[in-house]
Design a protein around this ligand. Structure first.
Ligand SMILES: Cc1cc2nc3c(=O)[nH]c(=O)nc-3n(C[C@H](O)[C@H](O)[C@H](O)COP(=O)(O)OP(=O)(O)OC[C@H]3O[C@@H](n4cnc5c(N)ncnc54)[C@H](O)[C@@H]3O)c2cc1C
Length: 351
């Protein structure tokens, strides 16, 4: 573990989008840390499509706090890209095709909302897409400021960088192994100023934040090969994300019963895709992950009310790319500079 200062390091438990954002924020501040993660092949963050689409959800609303989150996230990813000499975040327009008459009707009102104007490409062709290939009947709209993060590449490049600096370690940190006093947290014989739990859905049932009510959602994503006449993100009951060279990712399902067979969801997604895309495709990969969702909160963070040296950053839901950088910064301002947290995100306020 590299420690350039006399400051005690911070222990980061988990290297998904949450833990990685905390690590980069600490790196930029020159605060030493050790990040521990088992480096499993298929995690929520590694599987994620990494999409950022400002207008979202059943009611076609603006994504929560997007006006402050998106510029911050873009600056954050661009800085890391510069440091690592790689490109992870790709700006790509996104087309929403209405899935039914109800959605088209909602849009008739929503599109007049002045808040939405700058997120819509008003100059997009009314035809939207090649209708001989992409089956749809009700039109749609094109979003601006959308894109996607290549999450596996970003996570692996970050892991390799931090491992080379001696501040990444493969392993598991059990919450019961953390020895906590008012001065420090000790783990595996090392002393830390804080431990930040970034375990995704696996925070559920943890020792330190047992009051968090998780309502995590499993999701399946397909990778397909298809020769399709578009290079934008397309959304019509499922989304299609262009990855270049005829490769597309297709997703994703939402389910809450993790005992239900995955095959059902895989076939459901394949069926939706077959109806939408009138062109041959072959499925080359099937992945799934569990989105960490905390009931009633967009995200949860902060320190434990009785053990302030234990903190958490969890519940990123299906917006980890957008939310992790901003809230990692907010969490560290709180831990290191005692800045207050908004009650709507504060883990202690929702105790
Ligand atoms: C199918 C699917 C599609 C998605 N699409 C998008 C999208 O398009 N855009 C978007 O923004 N988001 C998307 N998401 C959501 C996004 O993936 C999540 O918001 C984000 O990955 C959550 O990150 P996390 O770091 O909180 O959790 P995780 O990714 O689960 O990371 C937690 C890490 O902690 C590790 N860990 C757990 N326990 C321990 C322990 N005891 N000790 C050490 N390490 C531990 C785990 O192994 C893991 O590496 C999608 C998710 C899914 C499943």
């Amino acid at each position: 573990m590299k420690s350039a200062t006399t400051q005690a390091p911070i222990l980061i438990v988990g290297q998904g989008l949450a833990g990685t954002a905390v690590a980069w924020r600490l790196w930029e501040r020159g605060v030493p840390f050790l990040m521990v993660d088992p480096n499993e092949a298929q995690t929520c963050s590694k599987v994620a499509a990494g999409l950022v689409t400002p207008i979202t959800g059943k009611r076609l609303n603006l994504s929560w706090r997007i006006s402050e989150l998106l510029p911050d996230a873009l600056r954050f990813y661009r800085r890391i890209e510069k440091l690592l000499g790689a490109r992870f975040y790709h700006r790509v327009p996104s087309v929403k095709l209405f899935k039914d008459a109800r959605e088209a009707e909602i849009w008739e009102t929503r599109r007049l909302d002045p808040e939405l104007t700058r997120w819509i490409n008003h100059a997009a062709s009314p035809a939207m897409v090649d209708a001989t290939i992409f089956q749809h009947a009700l039109g749609g709209f094109q979003q601006r400021h959308s894109g996607w993060l290549d999450t596996p590449a970003y996570l692996e490049a970050s892991r390799a960088f931090f491992a080379a600096q001696g501040c990444w370690q493969q392993g598991l940190v059990k919450e019961e192994e953390l020895m906590v006093t008012s001065e420090e947290v000790t783990w595996a014989g090392h002393s830390f100023s804080h431990a930040i739990l970034c375990k995704g859905w696996q925070q559920q049932g943890g020792r330190y934040f047992p009051w968090l009510r998780f309502h995590s959602a499993r999701g399946v994503i397909l990778t397909i090969k298809a020769d399709l006449p578009d290079q934008r993100i397309l959304n019509h009951r499922c989304w299609l994300q262009p990855r270049g060279d005829g490769e597309w990712r297709v997703g994703s399902t939402y389910d809450f019963d993790f005992d239900s067979p995955l095959d059902y969801w895989i076939e459901k997604l394949r069926g939706i895709l077959t109806e939408f895309v009138q062109a041959p495709f072959s499925v080359t990969n099937i992945q799934w992950g569990i989105r960490p969702v905390v009931h009633g909160q967009q995200i949860t963070l902060g320190s434990h009310p009785a053990h302030p040296r234990i903190a958490v950053l969890a519940g990123l839901g299906s917006k980890g790319v957008l939310r992790a950088p901003f809230f990692a910064k907010i969490l560290l301002d709180h831990l290191l500079h005692a800045l207050p947290l908004d009650a709507e995100v504060d883990v202690a306020a929702n105790h």
